[in-house]
Design a protein. Structure first.
Length: 511
């Protein structure tokens, strides 16, 4: 059993926030475990042998409250000091990325390098301290500094790589997208979308298309596709096959234990949708998030068969289309609660190794809500996670990304009573429109600095209609722009200007 003692504020903690907490082992795979707080100690009882690490929400001064993790530790009788192990974990990952990013000709500034060394000295001092409370205080100060440095380091590396990518013309003409719900799309909203984005990500939820078996409702999609095509806005289809509650038709649960029937129904659904819209949509998220949802009790082999079939049918019916396999909750916390699911990187690796015919991976990234997959992580952690997908040898599309512009729990009845306003974490300070804008700028710069990231799409355009995260739109309810919308427009202008300049230098037309 792993044991930790913690001293937030310099005194033994009376309770610990276990929101989102989990253990993980090698390769970051979450483990089944029971976490509890007893007599001033965090007790972690796991169902697997070998060293493991603890991840949990933790305050880090001006950097906010984020989901941090320790290094992997062996079980022992004496408790580890949590603050010391969190600092050790942060410095280990910072050291790994510093070495890796140095290979890309980026070196921390003299000031950053000095602060990294001082954080390392703080760790040594904390380890040598006689009293756990003293060790915790020293380590907490070092942890707060190391988190801030990590973000600075990630942003500095991103700036270096982004400039290089811009100079060599490493961007396509369609980089910036935004998701559209056909049930609520208006002409005014689509006009705003066309002014700031390169393409629309059109949701095609099965539940909307076929609310009752063999009863179809094509009107919202037909209207939206016609409007987008009329305004010459390129379209990407999203969620063609998705097992989330908002996508699965209620009548499909009748067949939840009959894999063959559901497989055949999925095949016919894909054929209907692509036959109807294939001439308008050239990029498809063929299958989305089935590794993390468990409304059906399908085993690993069956989920892989559905993935293979979905990609194959899209390829057959739309041979020129880009076929994407979509992943959600890329850190995989959900697997610690439900082992009928599949860790995201294991699923992704098996999709590649199985020879499934697809073009790219998609990623959904949401932060700011107190539920698995959405607890706040800092920009350094996000950059590190994206790098893990580079080794898979496939391009990456950020299919959907979003953070709120208001405290979740205060602005939307759907979340009321389920969590405190900051339950999902805090990035630097409580969420507001300025924080959302700062986060968006940092995230987009980091994501687009990765040569394997081809597109980034925001989830909700506005707060006007039902939306995924409260206040997560880039426009207010009256469609007036928030700071984040203006930041994104500026970034897009810089990227587009660089791409056009490169094309002109090469003697090509940017049209």
């Amino acid at each position: 059993m792993l044991r930790f003692c913690a001293f937030p504020g310099g005194s033994p903690s009376e309770n610990v926030d276990f929101s989102g907490a989990y253990l993980f082992g090698s390769d970051g795979v979450p483990l089944r475990a029971e976490l509890e707080y007893q007599n001033g100690r965090i007790m972690c009882s796991k169902r697997a042998t070998g060293p493991s690490a603890l991840a949990l929400m933790w305050p880090v001064g001006e950097s906010g409250k984020i989901l941090l993790d320790t290094t992997r530790l062996q079980e022992r009788e004496n408790p580890y000091v949590l603050e010391v192990e969190l600092l050790r974990g942060r410095l280990m990952r910072l050291s790994q990325k510093r070495e890796e990013w140095n290979l890309a000709d980026y070196e921390p500034t003299v000031q950053q390098a000095r602060e990294i060394d001082e954080c390392r000295e703080a760790l040594i001092e904390a380890i040598r301290a006689d009293e756990p409370a003293t060790a915790a205080a020293i380590a907490q100060a070092g942890l707060e500094r190391s988190v801030a440095i990590g973000e600075q380091f990630a942003l500095g590396n991103a700036e270096n790589l982004l400039n290089r990518r811009r100079q060599i013309g490493g961007f396509s003409r369609r980089v910036f997208g935004c998701m559209v719900d056909p049930r609520y799309a208006s002409e005014a909203a689509l006009a705003k979308l066309a002014s700031a984005f390169d393409f629309a990500v059109l949701r095609v939820p099965w539940k909307m298309i076929e609310p009752s078996e063999q009863v179809f409702n094509w009107k919202p999609l037909d209207t939206c596709v016609e409007c987008l095509a009329r305004n010459r806005i390129p379209i990407k289809g999203s969620g063609l096959v998705c097992f989330s509650e908002e996508c699965i038709p209620d009548w499909l649960y009748i067949w939840e234990h009959d894999f063959e029937t559901i497989r055949d129904l999925i095949r016919e659904h894909i054929r209907r949708v692509i036959s109807r819209y294939g001439n308008f949509i050239q990029v498809w998220d063929a299958i989305s998030g089935i590794h993390a949802t468990s409304y059906f009790s399908f085993n690993f082999e069956q989920l892989m068969e559905l993935t293979r079939m979905s990609a194959a049918i899209v390829r057959q019916l739309a041979p020129q289309a880009t076929v994407i396999v979509d992943l959600i909750a890329p850190w995989g916390e959900y697997y610690a609660r439900n082992q009928r699911t599949i860790p995201p990187l294991l699923y992704a690796d098996m999709v590649v190794q199985s020879g499934i015919n697809f073009d790219a991976f998609g990623l959904h990234l949401y932060f700011g809500v107190g539920t698995d997959g959405m607890y706040v992580r800092d920009l350094f952690q996000i950059s590190t996670m994206l790098d893990r997908f580079a080794v898979l040898g496939k391009p990456v599309h950020i299919t959907a990304v979003q953070v709120p512009s208001t405290n979740v729990g205060e602005s939307n009845d759907a979340w009321q009573g389920q969590m405190s306003p900051a339950a999902g974490g805090v990035w630097h300070r409580q969420w507001d429109e300025d924080v959302q804008a700062d986060w968006l700028k940092g995230f987009y710069e980091i994501a687009l600095s990765k040569p394997y990231v081809e597109t980034v799409s925001w989830r909700d355009l506005s707060d006007r209609d039902p939306h995924f995260l409260p206040g997560g739109g880039l426009l207010r309810a009256d469609l007036s722009p928030k700071s984040a919308f203006e930041r994104l427009s500026e970034l897009r202008s810089n990227i587009t200007r660089g791409a056009d300049a490169t094309l002109r230098f090469q003697g090509k037309s940017p049209a």
